[in-house]
Design a protein around this ligand. Structure first.
Ligand SMILES: *[C@@H]1O[C@H](CO)[C@@H](O)[C@H](O)[C@H]1NC(C)=O
Ligand SMILES: *[C@@H]1O[C@H](CO)[C@@H](O)[C@H](O)[C@H]1NC(C)=O
Ligand SMILES: *[C@@H]1O[C@H](CO)[C@@H](O)[C@H](O)[C@H]1NC(C)=O
Ligand SMILES: *[C@@H]1O[C@H](CO)[C@@H](O)[C@H](O)[C@H]1NC(C)=O
Ligand SMILES: *[C@@H]1O[C@H](CO)[C@@H](O)[C@H](O)[C@H]1NC(C)=O
Ligand SMILES: CC(=O)N[C@H]1CO[C@H](CO)[C@@H](O)[C@@H]1O
Ligand SMILES: CC(=O)N[C@H]1CO[C@H](CO)[C@@H](O)[C@@H]1O
Ligand SMILES: [Zn+2]
Ligand SMILES: [Zn+2]
Ligand SMILES: [Zn+2]
Length: 547
């Protein structure tokens, strides 16, 4: 029955796709680029998920053949899915077009459901199809289904009927049964254009009939989130519904249009709704690149590859060979993303003949996402994103003044100092976890005498007085970024570039954070006392102390 249902859905989806395609074709008869973007996205050949799900249906490899009520084992709050098809396969939501998934009359016969009224809703997807949905995260006003034209323009063209999913949601109020809630977010880089997150369990607490914005009858349901679940990663949805934020000039609490003063290729506004009067971040000079202090010599550029174009598919590329002829990046829509954290990543550098867009120069492309520096209530300044950032995407280099560690030792501890500890990470010293590729054969690794005490990081980056927005990215014990050492022009690990990459899908308005990675009791004041700093990151497994 699942498969007949899905086949039914598939037919409907096909009809919609054809309709959209026909519309698109009519709009640009001359076959030029442009026109209805939707049509291009939805053409079946561009939808591997639809192909995959059809195959899986044939092979009977769906996880559940019956619908499930309540939590699904293995699916946690915050889990993400790149298509509706994925959720169908996992039994989270078994319609790939409808917003409301429900158990039909046949479930009535089951003993365990004897006291429920059917049809009964099990899951809803909120993806902004209906123009008057209101979403306050813990409380949702959900519009029933039907009566809109399915063309993705959110228009209500007719009245809704109290049947199928709409009736199911109404019954769910009387049943008091659990409903899974999924939110869809716009994400340009996802092959479906969307990312879906599982936001946990809700109950329908109210329902009523209303005239929609266009004057048609629509059914409305109020859902409340159950308490005691992990908190939502998206507590605010004002930007995600419409994707693009309002203009920078309209931001509440705007204190600076662009803290980079035009240095970054995308402006980074700063907002402050905490202080009265609101003050901008101050006390530092913005620089998007590393400054080298006197007396430190950066090794000269080493030989590069002699590839033409972008190094892709070139087995002879000497840069790729450094990494076992397999570069650590994948490219999607011309944006490189790191496949996995590595001990160190080799990129193409100054003496490579490939072009600037080579995917193996991913960390050199500059800022890719719209970000905002904002004042937090308890943690000073922080940085959040306006765009959806995909796992492995480069965020920024940690820049400041490059110094010898011994130069800053003995000074009062400054929270903006970042030790270049790539070597220590590679060797798994000081409780650091070793990463893939740590045992590579690299001259600079063995230049030190290994049998001696582990060398402390020789160099550090001090962003105390000069730095980029990276200096505002806060610590979290449950971070969404990670630190990656990258080598480009030279191959001296002690002086590697320190880059931050996304560890997870980061949704609009989420704060960026990484694990500062201090070893407890490692910070000592000039008079020899251990300095302690409490952590306010708020993560459930917070270590309570930064150092
Ligand atoms: C249904 O309700 C009856 C009466 O309240 C109760 O005895 C029975 O256990 C319920 N069945 C289930 C499956 O909960
Ligand atoms: C790298 O390029 C610089 C000039 O850009 C040149 O002086 C140097 O010799 C080159 N190094 C190697 C190893 O090719
Ligand atoms: C790779 O290098 C070898 C030896 O230098 C050469 O024979 C071969 O043609 C090169 N292959 C490509 C694809 O450049
Ligand atoms: C490394 O240290 C050991 C013992 O301290 C010493 O015998 C050896 O010569 C050193 N090797 C180098 C290359 O410095
Ligand atoms: C990050 O938060 C801690 C408190 O948890 C605070 O002491 C620190 O100054 C913050 N760092 C930045 C860069 O704002
Ligand atoms: C020179 C180089 O690193 N080439 C690699 C670039 O990345 C692609 C993967 O996207 C590899 O296939 C290349 O070998
Ligand atoms: C030399 C080097 O770092 N090689 C690594 C390249 O990447 C693969 C995995 O992607 C590692 O297994 C190699 O050790
Ligand atoms: Zn190359
Ligand atoms: Zn290259
Ligand atoms: Zn190269």
């Amino acid at each position: 029955t699942i498969s007949t249902l899905s086949r039914e859905e598939q037919k409907r989806a096909q009809a919609v796709i054809q309709e959209i395609a026909a519309k698109g074709a009519a709009k640009n008869k001359d076959g030029k680029k442009g026109g209805e973007g939707e049509a291009k996205e939805k053409r079946p050949s561009k939808r591997p998920d639809l192909k995959a799900i059809t195959k899986m249906q044939e092979n009977n490899s769906f996880l559940y053949t019956e619908k499930v009520l309540g939590p699904i084992p293995g699916i946690d709050v915050g889990d993400q899915f790149y298509s509706r098809a994925e959720m169908v396969v996992l039994g989270i939501h078994s319609h790939w077009l409808n917003g409301i998934d429900y158990m039909g009359m046949k479930y009535q016969e089951k003993k365990e459901y004897e006291n429920f009224t059917f049809p009964m809703a099990t899951c809803i997807v909120m993806s902004g199809i209906y123009e008057d949905d209101l979403d306050k995260a813990d409380e949702i006003i959900y519009t029933g289904q039907g009566g809109n034209d399915l063309l993705g323009n959110h228009r209500q063209i007719g009245s809704q009927q109290l049947n199928r999913g709409n009736l199911a949601l109404k019954n769910s109020k009387d049943n008091g049964n659990l409903i899974r809630v999924i939110r869809g977010h716009v994400a340009k880089n996802s092959y479906t254009g969307k990312i879906y997150t599982y936001d946990g369990l809700y109950k329908v607490v109210d329902d009523w009939v209303q005239k929609g914005v266009q004057g048609h009858v629509v059914y409305k349901y109020k859902l409340k989130r159950l308490e005691g679940q992990p908190s939502l990663t998206t507590t605010e949805v004002r930007f995600t519904r419409a994707e693009a934020p309002r203009k920078i000039s309209e931001l509440p609490g705007l204190v600076c249009d662009d803290i980079s003063g035009g240095q970054e290729n995308i402006p980074i506004p700063a907002t402050n709704v905490v202080d009265d009067p609101p003050v901008p971040p101050s006390g530092f000079v913005y620089s998007k690149s590393l400054k080298i202090s006197k007396g430190i010599k950066i090794p000269s550029d080493c030989a590069g590859c002699d590839c033409e174009g972008d190094c892709a598919n070139n087995k002879n590329c000497s840069c790729a060979q450094l990494n076992g002829s397999d570069l650590p990046y994948v490219s999607f829509k011309n944006i490189g993303r790191l496949v996995e954290p590595k001990a160190v990543v080799f990129e193409c550098g100054a003496n490579c003949s490939c072009n600037r867009n080579c995917v193996n120069r991913t960390s050199q492309q500059g800022l890719q996402h719209r970000l905002e520096v904002f004042k937090t209530a308890s943690k000073g300044w922080g940085v959040r994103t306006w765009d959806t950032i995909l796992p492995g995407a480069p965020i920024c280099e940690y820049v400041g003044v490059l110094k010898r560690t011994e130069e800053v030792d003995g000074l009062l501890h400054n929270n903006y100092i970042f030790d270049i500890d790539c070597l220590q990470t590679m060797k798994g010293l000081d409780g650091r976890e070793k990463r893939a590729g740590s045992d590579m054969n690299m001259p600079s690794l063995h230049a030190e005498n290994d049998s001696e005490a582990p060398p402390a990081p020789e160099y550090c980056i001090d962003a105390g007085s000069i730095g980029s927005f990276a200096r505002f990215i806060n610590h979290s014990c449950n971070p969404n970024l990670f630190v990656q050492c990258v080598l480009t022009n030279h191959h001296d690990v002690k002086l590697a570039k320190v880059m931050l990459f996304a560890a997870d899908t980061i949704l609009p308005l989420q704060e960026l954070c990484y694990d500062y990675g201090y070893v407890l009791n490692s910070v000592v004041s000039p008079d020899g006392k251990i300095v302690k700093l409490p952590c306010c990151c708020g993560a459930p497994d917070c270590r309570k102390r930064l150092y």
